[in-house]
Design a protein around this ligand. Structure first.
Ligand SMILES: [Zn+2]
Length: 214
């Protein structure tokens, strides 16, 4: 589980998980570095956690969970026109370091009328993910941006060769969730419906069947 450090996003409590249920990684903005950013001596606790979880502990489901009113997303959204510039505060440097792809994808969303679809590519057309964002126009621009960022992390996770191999072999599945901190609602991305779908008593069973993105 990759989630944000926001104090309202306590995944172990929200999902009522027990000891041994979940390997949890948190950072500001629930980013997972793309493999291209980890050449040579660069390290990433997120990539290391993916290897520990999926290769050592044989975890089968990787989930990225974004959320509403995310301050890290707000910081990236505010600096989206200067995302290529270096410097700034620690949070500005962090989000710009890992958020360039999200900014580009959000520009694609704007060009596509603000709803999409936008496509997340993983090197194989078989593994493309098409996504509409907030069809009902109920969320703020930063929240829409956060949903794009959440899906972008799936693309980043897939970029790591050891994950790619396991996804192709159907040993690992990648999923995207989004949490509304004000309503307590959870959304899961449905590959079939090509958007985040509210998790309810009635939608739950269907979502479990078709939620996995890759
Ligand atoms: Zn956050």
């Amino acid at each position: 589980m990759m989630s944000c450090i926001d104090s309202r996003v306590i995944m172990t409590r929200l999902l009522q998980s027990n000891v041994g249920d979940m390997l949890l990684v948190r950072n500001a903005g629930n980013f997972v570095p793309h493999s291209d950013t980890l050449r040579e001596n660069a390290t990433s606790t997120e990539a290391a956690a993916l290897e520990l979880g999926c290769c050592v502990n044989n975890i089968r489901h990787v989930v990225v969970c974004g959320h509403s009113d995310c301050k890290a997303m707000a910081a990236l959204f505010a600096s989206r026109d200067t995302v290529n510039e270096t410097g700034g505060t620690p949070i500005a440097k962090w989000v710009k370091r890992h958020g360039l792809a999200t900014v580009k994808k959000y520009h694609e969303l704007e060009k596509a009328g603000g709803v999409g679809p936008i496509t997340f590519v993983t090197g194989s057309t078989l593994k493309q993910l098409k996504a509409f964002i907030d069809r009902d126009n109920q969320f703020s621009p930063v929240d829409k941006f956060s949903q794009v960022n959440t899906l972008q992390q799936l693309e980043n996770i897939f970029s790591h060769e050891f994950i790619m191999e396991r996804v192709v072999a159907d040993k690992v599945r990648l999923n995207a969730m989004w949490f509304d901190v004000y309503t307590g609602d959870f959304y899961m991305f449905s590959r079939e419906r090509e958007t985040f779908v509210l998790v309810t008593q009635t939608s739950y069973e269907h979502l479990v069947a078709d939620a996995e993105c890759w």
